[in-house]
Ligand binder design. Structure first.
Ligand code: BGC
Length: 441
């Protein structure tokens, strides 16, 4: 539900904006404010998430988040002025920022290593489903009087489900052990993994916590730096290869390619969303079998090839042969598919795995802060880059960043498939290179 709200509340604005613009007679700057308010909230929420998750725990943080999601949906849905609407969108952003960091962190700490990849990636699946739901709900209310209010208010349903659901879930055993509550942690580990395996995990987490206590790692510890840089780096590549230009601007891109009708734009957008969902399912099936490295490597190659093709198609569109605009559709579909099997889920997965227990909350918060900041920058600059470099130049720029990402991933991305979080931490502490974390000696 946390992922669903992430996707829903970022996606819902595309339809809501069309109605708000008319009703409130917004100028383009005010329009940009309504859209970007949520991203500003996300940046603030991501920055605060780590301290919160370490202090009150992952479960309580998500529970609080559900309350903030409700509040934001109400504020935005019932807003009587532009200021009220912007305030509501910032509050929603705060909740998204916190949830985007803490939900994968919580799932990762709760999961048995063998299926951790699939379980954490379920969060990404819910993000993509949330995005599609937002398009469908927008479509449902687009003709209603003050329809935008219902669009925001619908967010109340998953927020309430998230809050109610969290009441039945246990706290993270790793967080409990960090606080010295070993007995409760053992019960939870046994419930998830069975008694014997739960006991073994408890021992290994205890040993790791003892090591942490001995040298109390902080975010500034030298041995932690490579992991911090990797986390920020993978978020940069995830965002700077342009995913959200497609998610936010799909209709604009299709218009550029020569599709003129509104219906075509709507179907294009829903189609993009569905491909995103379908291929995320494929990724979930593969991530614990093929591993993270293989998926990122193949996915990035696919993204680069599609971006190059998309750029090339824009040289040809405008010519009489309609084949070019259909090629743009194919290239965009392949691009989304390649993202959905690789960087979409794997970026969030890897940052939920590579940090040591004592600072996992704060380190994850830093990576998430980076994600939202790059997201904001790319959204802000896309149209100016198109003005500056042309459509072809813009997509080729994203392709160039993808090529750099491919080389960096080959060199630095660890294979965390099936490896326990404690083993990863021990390797990091021992000064192993990022690429070698979790590798057999
Ligand atoms: C990214 C979002 C993106 C979404 C699309 C996520 O992993 O962080 O920026 O909108 O995937 O599916």
């Amino acid at each position: 539900m946390g992922g669903l709200l992430f996707g829903y509340d970022t996606g819902v604005i595309s339809g809501a904006l069309l109605l708000i613009k008319k009703q409130m007679a917004l100028g383009s700057f005010q329009e940009e404010l309504v859209v970007s308010a949520v991203l500003i909230g996300c940046i603030l929420g991501a920055a605060a998430s780590g301290r919160l998750a370490d202090k009150i725990g992952r479960r309580m943080t998500i529970l609080a988040c559900a309350g903030v999601f409700c509040l934001g949906s109400l504020l935005a849905g019932l807003a009587q002025s532009l200021t009220g609407l912007i305030a509501g969108r910032i509050v929603l952003g705060l909740a998204i920022g916190v949830a985007s960091a803490v939900v994968p962190l919580y799932i990762s700490e709760l999961s048995p290593p063998k299926i951790r990849g699939a379980l954490v990636s379920l969060n990404q699946l819910m993000i993509t489903i949330g995005i599609v739901c937002s398009y469908l709900i927008d479509d449902l209310f687009i003709a209603a009087d003050q329809g935008w209010r219902y669009m925001f208010l619908m967010g109340l349903i998953p927020s309430a489900v998230l809050g109610a659901g969290m009441l039945f879930l246990p706290p993270s055993p790793r967080w409990l052990i960090n606080r010295g509550d070993n007995q409760k942690a053992e019960g939870i580990l046994a419930r998830i993994n069975g008694r014997a395996e739960g006991r073994a995990q408890l021992e290994s987490i205890l040993a790791q916590t003892a090591a942490d206590r001995a040298d109390g790692p902080t975010l500034t510890a030298v041995w932690l730096r490579p992991a911090l840089v990797l986390g920020i780096g993978i978020m940069f590549i995830q965002q700077a290869t342009g995913i959200n230009t497609v998610i936010y601007y799909a209709p604009t891109i299709f218009e550029m390619a020569g599709f003129k009708s509104d219906a075509a734009a709507v179907w294009a957008t829903i189609g993009v969303g569905l491909v995103n969902v379908a291929l995320t399912v494929v990724s979930i099936r593969l991530v614990d079998r093929w591993g993270r490295r293989k998926l990122v490597s193949i996915g990035l190659l696919g993204m680069v090839a599609s971006l190059i093709a998309l750029g090339a198609v824009f040289i040809m569109t405008g010519r009489p042969d309609p084949i070019w605009k259909w090629l743009a559709v194919v290239a965009l579909g392949c691009y989304i598919a390649a993202f959905a099997v690789s960087l979409g889920p794997v970026a969030w997965l890897v940052v939920s795995e590579i940090y040591p227990q004592a600072v996992r909350g704060r380190a994850m918060s830093l990576a998430t802060l980076a994600n939202w900041s790059f997201n904001f920058l790319v959204a802000l600059t896309f149209l100016s880059i198109v003005d500056l470099l042309g459509r072809t130049g813009a997509f080729w720029l994203y392709a160039a960043i993808g090529i750099i990402g491919w080389f960096l991933a080959r060199r630095y991305l660890p294979e965390t498939k099936g490896i326990s979080l404690e083993r990863l931490e021990a390797d990091l502490r021992a000064g192993r290179s990022m690429r070698d974390l979790g590798r057999a000696d």
